[in-house]
Design a binder for this molecule. Structure first.
Ligand code: FES
Length: 152
């Protein structure tokens, strides 16, 4: 494979978030009163992403996440967690509209082969909202059941 173009250049933002990830779970105590939890696996690479959300007045006011994924997954989810928490939190329905594209845009782009990593956080977020909706009988949220994790 020939490597050329900008495909291998990470933006400054990506590096910043990779080196200093925001809202990364350090201690389980941090999530003890959180309201939703999601885990998803990436079909392409087998990496896992976990996310926890804290909900108040129908808004996501806090987020924690954890992954064994790559640099792009770390940077994407870090920036996603910031996006969710800015301006005092994100309404659940609005959070469901965030896409991998919105995330990569905020990151200043990602190498094309790394795009699949940027949806990992976004899927984990949906899974966490699904969990919250189940526990709180929120059928109005219309969030799809996340794909089952594959066990090999
Ligand atoms: S290569 Fe697996 S998340 Fe990026």
């Amino acid at each position: 494979m020939k490597l050329e173009g900008n495909d291998w250049i990470y933006s400054k933002k990506v590096k910043e978030h990779f080196l200093n990830p925001k809202n990364f779970l350090k201690n389980k105590k941090e999530i003890k009163d959180f309201d939703g939890h999601g885990v998803v696996g990436n079909m392409k690479c087998g990496d896992l992403m976990e996310m926890w959300i804290k909900v108040k007045n129908d808004k996501i006011i806090d987020v924690k996440w954890s992954t064994f994924g790559c640099a792009s997954a770390i940077a994407s989810t870090s920036i996603l967690s910031e996006m969710l928490k800015e301006k005092g939190g994100t309404p659940l329905k609005k959070a469901l509209k965030i896409t991998g594209k919105d995330i990569t845009k905020r990151l200043g782009g990602l190498p094309a082969i790394k795009i699949h990593c940027s949806v990992l956080g976004d899927q984990a977020l949906r899974a966490a909202i699904y969990d919250y909706a189940q526990k709180n009988n929120r059928t109005d949220l219309k969030v799809e059941k996340p794909l089952e994790e594959e066990h090999h």
